[in-house]
Design a protein around this ligand. Structure first.
Ligand SMILES: [Cu+2]
Length: 374
């Protein structure tokens, strides 16, 4: 292990100080870690194609930062109770997997403006556990167990079920506008529009607290596009003062301009990262990300199951994550520029969620970028 550190250290210190922004396509470090969107702009006439895959695993339900058990969750009242529906929450999300694929195109019509467009596809899969419902107290008369209902004291688990959804989520177009560029600093802003598609009535087969299977509109968390239109804005600052080190900062916001019956909340994210060249074609990175997402606004009356995710107020919160990444230049396809591969893995170190809500366990991202032109 010690030998490994010494050889890495030697490799690092042998490196000539690298001029980071000149001839930017030849250095791994000249692009930020792969999870940072719109981190760079291009020189006039350049094009860039990118493809990214993000895998996200969610598990454990939280109220604020506190982990809560299934037994505790099903003690919460069912806010949409009516008729013979269970008076308490009866379906508990156990785990969720999300896969996202993003295709991007960048083009710089001038040295000061780069246009960027992106298409995002999403696939979600959730596993939930259903408990027997709790009978409403009809007219003050406590009813004995009947019709598959349990008394509050003993809630029998009926079984797990899976739901899934997938679709094109959104298209966006942005302008990246250069503010200044010096030898050791650069900064730019992003302004754009994101259009979410109307894939907001995905349905699935639900195991009900009455132990029946019913096809229902899935909770908001399982919907892909909310049909909203949002303003994208970001400010990015990058500093390479320390030779082959790069420090970067990005503040980013997504603000809803127009929505359908409901919309996912606005988000604000702060990213800070440090990168180190370990060779001209290889850089490693560490980053920290803080995101603050608002709850869902509006409501779909068809989403009314006895599950936390049917309640728009059980959405949003803050998450702080730590990430480690690698940028690598390789020669795969012909062209004047190398192919870029980026890898990043991130894990929340603090989550404070409006809950009960399922938290993030980890996230993995791999990306490919290829520039063309001058
Ligand atoms: Cu680019």
């Amino acid at each position: 292990m010690k030998k490994l550190f010494i050889s890495i250290f030697t490799l690092c210190s042998l490196n000539e100080p690298i001029k980071v922004f000149a001839d930017s396509n030849e250095l791994a470090i000249s692009h930020a870690p792969i999870s940072i969107m719109g981190d760079h702009y291009h020189n006039k006439g350049e094009w860039m194609f990118s493809a990214r895959y993000v895998g996200m695993s969610m598990a454990d339900n939280l109220i604020g930062s506190r982990k809560v058990t299934e037994a505790e969750i099903i003690e919460n009242p069912n806010p949409y109770q009516s008729g013979m529906m269970s008076t308490k929450l009866s379906i508990v999300p156990e785990k969720m997997e999300m896969d996202m694929a993003m295709l991007g195109l960048m083009h710089a019509p001038s040295d000061s403006i780069t246009l960027m467009s992106m298409a995002m596809f999403e696939q979600k899969e959730m596993q939930s556990l259903t408990f027997k419902g709790v009978m409403p107290n009809m007219g003050g008369m406590s009813m004995p167990t009947m019709g598959g209902m349990d008394m509050p004291s003993k809630r029998t688990a009926l079984g797990s079920f899976k739901t899934e959804s997938s679709d094109l989520r959104s298209l966006s177009i942005s302008a990246l506008i250069k503010l200044f560029e010096r030898e050791q600093f650069r900064a730019h802003v992003q302004l754009g529009i994101e259009k979410n598609f109307n894939s907001n009535d995905e349905t699935g087969d639900i195991l009900t607290p009455m132990n029946t299977r019913v096809e229902m509109v899935l909770p908001y968390a399982m919907q892909i596009g909310d049909g909203s239109t949002s303003l994208l804005s970001a400010f990015t600052f990058v500093n390479n003062k320390q030779n082959d080190w790069v420090f970067g900062f990005q503040g980013r916001a997504r603000t809803n301009l127009q929505k359908d019956a409901w919309a996912f909340g606005n988000s604000r994210t702060l990213n800070a990262w440090v990168q180190k060249s370990v060779a001209q074609k290889t850089s490693v990175s560490a980053g920290i990300s803080y995101s603050d997402i608002s709850g869902i606004t509006g409501r779909d009356l068809r989403i009314n199951g006895p599950v936390q995710a049917a309640n728009p107020s059980n959405y949003g919160g803050t998450t702080t994550s730590f990430s480690l990444g690698l940028n690598q230049l390789v020669k795969i396809f012909p062209g004047s520029h190398d192919d870029r591969i980026g890898l990043e893995i991130s894990k929340p170190i603090n989550q404070n969620l409006n809950g009960p809500q399922m938290g993030t366990n980890w996230q993995f991202q791999i990306g490919y970028q290829k520039s063309f032109g001058y």
